[in-house]
Design a protein around this ligand. Structure first.
Ligand SMILES: Cc1cc2nc3c(=O)[nH]c(=O)nc-3n(C[C@H](O)[C@H](O)[C@H](O)COP(=O)(O)OP(=O)(O)OC[C@H]3O[C@@H](n4cnc5c(N)ncnc54)[C@H](O)[C@@H]3O)c2cc1C
Length: 478
């Protein structure tokens, strides 16, 4: 009794009670952010947040409906700060809805700013394909380059819509290389009753990426480059005025300028980790088909085929007579590459399932093997190149997701121009001119990625575009 009377007196005459001092909402959010980051959402308690703010629990509930609303507000504030969103209010009832609407607001903004630059990048990529081919021809690299075109198909009603959107977008952008195909026209090219409609694009090339990498290695060595395989760079520092210094188990390399081109493995570098996440890509390959088995699927033109799932399947006949079947699951990881993920029987099994579903007539063709690898994702799906640090001596190039063979070639020319300081129109491309969008820190990063992965995967498995996150992803990927 005496205590509360004293508190009341203090409230009227002395220091204001803790709830009224300063910006209460700001203090509650500061405390909540610390507690959520340290303990994660499940273990964080309103009691601890109240004690740390300090603020009473009724005051907290006066500002935020509950722990979920507080968590959403913390995420909103972090993203607000990171991406300069002006006082964005998350919509939706559950944390999931709020996080989704936040992610959508963040990426929508980036995408809206980017339509023009996507077109620029598309033109540069078409030129890159021609450059790869002429480089290989000039240097005698046999990378098994062919031009059978790419057939993009629909396997379900939601994919029909995306095929039509592709064709409309191609028309809008004045790209005349896309030929619409009906279901029977697709099935004339590749015999599968699952193909409902599609489009065909001639302006593309198929390449053996390992043969290309080995050929590039020989071309570099011929020009005097020394390559040290199986030599990890364990530490990387920039010595003021002297340029980058790379430490390996066998010695230290000092250079005037250096490039980090380790794609998903750039996760090891904190300044880059903020902008990227790891995606695992999976492939299976069949045994060699007999001529009679090939006759069951047609595929005489031997073109590459993709479907229009969010995580697409991609397949092609290989030069030695197998079918390569990749895609479907593409797990996200907040933690960077982890070799344990390269052998996931469940994911290889799901890939085989869709192979069998697409080609039931190949029931007697066995799957020979499968493999997987880490690729590097960014929120806005842009590859990115730039400098680390002010000295402009240490550059990076990364973020190609599942399409790195062409873009890594283009980006290598960009970083060449960056590091040599030669002005070039390539430096206006979005990979350089657009800042990558940072991911939220700590457990929020993992939470957002696993939510996105779950929602997108579920949408593919259900064949449904209902979720707003799915609609956003499709907008970016179109
Ligand atoms: C299963 C699968 C299917 C794919 N399909 C396609 C496709 O159809 N079309 C397409 O265009 N792309 C495809 N990709 C993506 C493509 O392979 C990548 O985008 C491309 O390899 C990126 O090239 P990169 O040189 O930037 O990175 P990477 O090929 O990942 O090379 C990075 C290198 O850095 C090295 N490294 C990492 N850390 C260190 C360190 N500390 N010290 C020294 N070295 C280090 C690694 O050992 C590695 O050799 C596929 C990828 C996978 C895994």
């Amino acid at each position: 009794m005496a205590k509360s009377a004293k508190a009341k007196r203090a409230g009227r005459l002395g220091r204001p009670p803790k709830d009224l001092a300063g910006d209460v909402e700001g203090r509650i959010l500061d405390a909540a952010e610390r507690v959520f980051l340290e303990r994660g959402f499940q273990s964080a308690s309103i009691d601890e947040i109240a004690a740390r703010a300090p603020a009473s629990k009724p005051t907290i509930y006066g500002h935020f409906a509950g722990k979920e609303a507080l968590f959403a507000a913390v995420v909103a504030r972090i993203i607000d700060g990171l991406a300069k969103l002006e006082r964005y209010r998350p919509e939706g009832r559950t944390v999931q809805d709020k996080l989704t609407s936040l992610g959508i607001a963040l990426v929508e903004r980036t995408v809206a700013e980017s339509v023009g630059v996507f077109q620029l990048e598309g033109a540069a990529m078409r030129q890159t394909l021609r450059d790869i081919e002429s480089f290989c021809a000039a240097d005698g690299i046999d990378a098994d380059i062919t031009h059978p075109g790419v057939l993009t198909v629909s396997n379900g009603p939601e994919q029909d819509v995306r095929i039509r959107q592709d064709l409309a977008a191609a028309e809008r952008l004045g790209l005349d290389g896309f030929r619409p195909l009906s279901g029977p026209q697709c099935q004339d090219l590749v015999r599968s009753e699952r193909l409902r409609m599609g489009h065909f694009e001639q302006d593309s090339l198929l390449v053996d990426p390992a043969a290309l990498a080995w050929g590039l290695r020989r071309a570099a060595e011929r020009r005097g480059v020394r390559i040290f395989e199986q030599t990890p760079v364990d530490d990387l520092t920039e010595v003021r005025g002297r340029g980058p210094e790379l430490r390996t188990p066998f010695g230290t390399v000092r250079a005037d300028r250096a490039l980090i081109a380790t794609n998903a493995y750039a996760h090891a570098i904190p300044a880059l980790r903020r902008f990227i996440f790891t995606i695992y890509a999976y492939i299976i390959v069949t045994e060699r088909l007999t001529p009679e088995q090939w006759a069951r699927v047609g595929w005489e033109q031997r073109m590459g085929v993709e479907d229009k799932r969010i995580y697409p399947h991609f397949h092609r006949p290989t030069p030695d007579g197998r079918i390569l079947w990749g895609g479907r699951d593409a797990p996200f990881s907040a933690e960077g590459p982890n070799p344990a993920r390269e052998n996931d029987p469940r994911i290889f099994g799901r890939l085989e399932e869709t192979f069998r579903w697409t080609f039931p007539q190949l029931h007697d063709v066995a799957i020979d093997r499968g493999w997987a690898g880490p690729v590097c994702g960014t929120i806005n799906c842009f590859a990115s190149a730039g400098f680390l640090g002010r000295s402009q001596r240490l550059a990076y190039a990364l973020g190609y997701a599942g399409h790195g063979v062409g873009p890594s070639h283009l980006t290598s020319r960009i970083v060449r121009d960056l590091l040599l300081g030669s002005g070039s129109e390539l430096l206006d491309l979005p990979m350089v001119s657009k800042r990558p969008v940072p991911l939220p820190p700590g457990p929020l990063r993992g939470g957002m990625l696993s939510l996105a992965e779950r929602v997108l995967q579920h949408a593919d498995d259900q064949g449904s575009d209902a979720s707003p996150l799915v609609r956003l992803a499709l907008r970016i990927l179109q």
